[in-house]
Design a binder for this molecule. Structure first.
Ligand code: MOS
Length: 747
């Protein structure tokens, strides 16, 4: 191998220059000649019957080119990732404030907005279903013919009654988690147009061009090969762009008018329309013996999934899979439900159900540790799942479980060693505390869900390589990792590569989601590189007149004692294209999606400071002991860690979309507060423990989601250490802190 292999090196992003220089064209930057501006009319009520829609005033406004409603959808007026249940345009009923009723296309954005506001919709207002606990009561408004239950799961093993009878201590509490907004920098945006070949093309922020194309084909009543979807690198997604957002509306306008068009959601529109992290109500009941052995766990999950199915069933599935943590409970019972409401639509968000359950589980682990007189680390270590043991829902723990090693590292770490010193000397009105939370997180789509990836690498006529993969890069850096892996296998540097990504014309490498891309797509990259290598050698062999087999050196092939540049081989024998496929070996399903083929592990530790006068909580320092297996790019891995922690910090302390009767109260980034540079600790120390995952490329595991999942639990345990208060609701606001402290002093 080349001594300068980029594998494992913190090389700059392949997209760094284009983005820093402003050359990169984001989905919201696409501007075309003769382009129309699109605006969408949304529901005026969270739950209402549509009595009539009058578009005449909008249509006659000069400069308006078309107004489309449900009757203008040529195909099925529905889309959705698992089930097509979400209307492109509502016909009879609206089920949340983000529902679309009509689109307008006009010569200018101003005209499109004016026309949108001229559409008259007559509604019969219906009572909104806003409380998930009410959803399954007989007197609740019925949102769908099948009722208000979106999905449910009942899992577990053993006999919890027996387990609780064996316990010396039993703890029971209920937790409520916030409705987190993805808050990507670039809202949902894109453009549609006919390309030179007459293909209707949609260029938009999204996480899987093939999945988008499928849904577009159904709604537009077009064969898939008459459609092309492009997902250029975009300004963030975090799970929030898995669902269709602007794509179908844009394509319908271009299909109707023949003209290119564009749409970028305003921030308040994005917050109202876009999917959210499911708010969960989770009840935990745990039992433990005096010696610190866990005996039983009972978990009840109620998720508010909003009006449509989207990925609700999969999110409660992942929550159920992870809600007992990487710990052995001899008796488990898990009951999870996702219910429909007229609140915000909820779907994928980094962590996918795991951050919600860890808020309760990791506090319970500390509560039990304290009761039996063990440190949080010793208690977790004592109860870590052993390979072959049954995890919560019943799946068998894989041999590559590395939590014990991660716990050892925490104990040897700086924050742990200095915890008492760091807590002292902060003055009369402040208190400091240190806390930790552990997590595991499956990566890939899970048992029984097709999870294959195909990647192509082409040797171009100029001797450079081009890597083709459909899984987009939403900002996380996965494409840089792909190039590093390919360059390593082809003995060259990342600079020898160009990339075509996020294109439905390319090979299908699946979604960018579920912490899967380095693991699954990366493995396909390696296979594609090996295939291309053998094709280059076969081409060189055609020139060979000696007995020596040709040799591949990275930028040339050695044959007949001569060095032939790759460009020459490509011109003479091209096109030379390597193709690679990978599908992870999946375990036997407990139910579809559970379990995952493998897991990543992390323990995060937080140092917090509570201001007793204002109730403010400041996170002063974070440590992330992360085993995401072999690290392809350490700078990228640290970026994932720091970004995940920033989002997890917001989840713990600030972020919650608030609704009143189905209407969002804080649809702006001035009222929905995300952490800024002043809130994120200057010191985030990421320790990359690289226990190789046997199935992963070079031993890599998934990294994205596990960086967020344990953060809130660690902060809540640190808050308890600081002030002796346990919170059963996040975000923990200063008001909640002050109320809790007041309650404490009056007791
Ligand atoms: Mo994700 S939350 O699977 O994009």
């Amino acid at each position: 191998m080349l001594e300068t292999s980029p594998l494992g090196q913190p090389i700059p992003r392949v997209d760094a220059y284009a983005k820093a220089s402003g050359a990169h064209v984001y989905p919201s930057d696409v501007v075309l000649d003769n382009m129309l501006w699109v605006q969408v009319l949304r529901a005026a009520h969270p739950h209402a019957r549509i009595l009539s829609i009058d578009t005449s005033a909008a249509e006659t406004l000069p400069g308006v080119v078309c107004v489309l409603t449900a009757k203008d959808v040529p195909g099925e007026n529905r889309f959705g990732l698992l089930v097509h249940d979400q209307p492109v345009f509502c016909e009879e009923r609206v089920l949340y404030m983000g529902d679309a009723v009509a689109v307008v296309a006009a010569e200018t954005d101003d005209l499109a907005r004016q026309a949108r506001d001229l559409i008259r919709v007559e509604y019969e207002v219906l009572p909104p279903l806003t409380e998930p606990l009410w959803a399954l009561q007989p007197d609740a408004p019925q949102l769908h013919p099948q009722g208000n239950l979106c999905a449910e799961l009942h899992l577990g093993h053993g006999d919890v009654a027996l387990g609780f009878a064996e316990a010396d201590y039993i703890f029971e509490s209920s937790y409520q988690t916030g409705r987190q907004e993805h808050a990507f920098l670039e809202t949902e945006a894109g453009a549609a147009y006919y390309d030179e070949a007459g293909i209707l093309t949609v260029c938009a922020g999204g996480q899987n061009p093939f999945k988008d194309r499928q849904q577009l084909a159904v709604a537009l009543n077009l064969p898939e090969d008459k459609l092309r979807v492009l997902h250029p690198m975009m300004g963030g997604a975090f799970g929030g762009k898995e669902d269709i957002n602007v794509q179908i509306h844009l394509a319908l306008v271009t299909q109707r008018t023949g003209r290119p068009c564009r749409l970028m959601l305003d921030r308040n529109e994005s917050i109202t329309v876009g999917v959210k992290r499911h708010p969960f109500q989770v009840r935990y009941k745990t039992g433990v013996k005096k010696d610190g052995t866990l005996t039983a766990i009972e978990v009840t999950i109620l998720a508010d999934t909003g009006p449509y199915i989207t990925l609700g069933p999969a999110v409660i599935g992942l929550a159920a899979e992870h809600c007992c943590g990487p710990y052995y409970f001899p008796h488990t019972k898990i009951d999870a439900q996702a219910v429909f409401t007229n609140n915000c639509n909820a779907s994928a968000f980094r962590g996918f159900g795991n951050p919600q359950v860890l808020v309760g589980l990791e506090q319970h682990m500390d509560i039990m540790a304290e009761a039996v007189g063990l440190t949080p680390i010793a208690f977790r270590r004592k109860n870590v799942l052993q390979p072959g043991q049954a995890a919560g829902p019943g799946q068998i723990t894989p041999a590559s479980i590395s939590l014990p090693r991660v716990l050892d590292a925490v104990e040897q770490g700086e924050l742990y060693a200095r915890r008492e010193a760091l807590k002292s000397g902060v003055g009369r009105w402040k208190r400091r505390g240190v806390g930790l939370a552990a997590a595991w997180q499956g990566f890939g789509l899970g048992a029984g869900v097709p999870d294959g990836a195909t990647v192509r690498i082409e040797l171009q006529a100029d001797g450079r390589y081009r890597l083709h993969a459909s899984s987009p890069d939403m900002g996380q850096g996965n494409v840089t990792a792909f190039v590093q892996m390919a360059a390593h296998e082809l003995n060259c540097s990342a600079a020898d590569f160009e990339v075509t990504i996020g294109d439905s014309l390319g090979p299908d490498s699946g979604s960018s989601n579920a912490s899967r891309t380095v693991f699954v797509v990366g493995s396909a990259v390696i296979n594609a590189a090996l295939d291309l290598r053998s094709k280059i050698l076969a081409a060189a062999q055609r020139l060979n007149t000696s007995a020596e087999p040709p040799r591949f050196t990275g930028r040339a092939a050695e044959v007949n004692g001569q060095s032939i540049p790759l460009a020459e081989l490509a011109v003479e024998f091209g096109p030379l294209v390597g193709e690679g496929y990978f599908h992870p070996q999946q375990p036997t399903p407990v139910v579809v999606g559970i379990p995952h083929p493998a897991y990543s592990y992390s323990v995060q530790m937080a140092l917090v400071e509570v201001d007793l006068l204002t109730g403010e909580i400041e996170v002063l320092q974070m440590e992330n002991y992360l085993d995401a297996g072999y690290v392809i790019n350490p700078a990228g891995a640290e970026g994932q860690s720091e970004g995940g922690i920033a989002q997890g910090l917001g989840y713990a302390l600030f972020e919650d979309i608030l609704l009143s009767e189905g209407r969002v109260l804080n649809p702006r980034l001035s009222t929905y507060i995300i952490p800024s540079i002043r809130d994120v600790p200057a010191q985030i120390n990421t320790v990359l423990l690289q226990e190789p995952e046997p199935m992963g490329p070079y031993g890599a595991r998934g990294i994205s989601e596990i960086c967020l999942s344990p953060t809130a639990g660690a902060i809540l345990n640190a808050i308890y250490d600081a002030v002796g208060v346990r919170f059963e609701r996040i975000p923990v606001t200063p008001e909640m802190m002050l109320a809790a402290l007041a309650g404490q002093t009056s007791n």
